[in-house]
Ligand binder design. Structure first.
Ligand SMILES: [Zn+2]
Length: 76
């Protein structure tokens, strides 16, 4: 048995749709996505340090661009 990534209900690992919440592919691994999220957070922290120490406007602009890009990607 495995758990649905959306509602955490116990489901069959081979289930293609969650019977509880209707999540498609509920047994898929979330790991690679969370690693990507942590790397993004790490990059954001590094950017914030540069912005704080050097006070560069273009770094703030690229920071916002990266954040907006990730936000849009998550929605699709
Ligand atoms: Zn579910």
């Amino acid at each position: 048995m495995t758990r649905c990534i959306n509602c955490r209900t116990q489901i069959s690992p081979r289930a293609t749709i969650c019977p509880h919440c209707g999540e498609p592919d509920p047994g898929r691994k979330k790991r690679s996505r969370s690693v990507f999220l942590w790397l993004t957070l790490l990059a954001l922290v590094a950017f914030l340090y540069f912005v704080y120490f050097y006070n560069l406007k273009w770094l703030i602009i690229s920071l916002v661009a990266v954040f907006a890009f990730n936000f849009l990607r998550r929605k699709v």
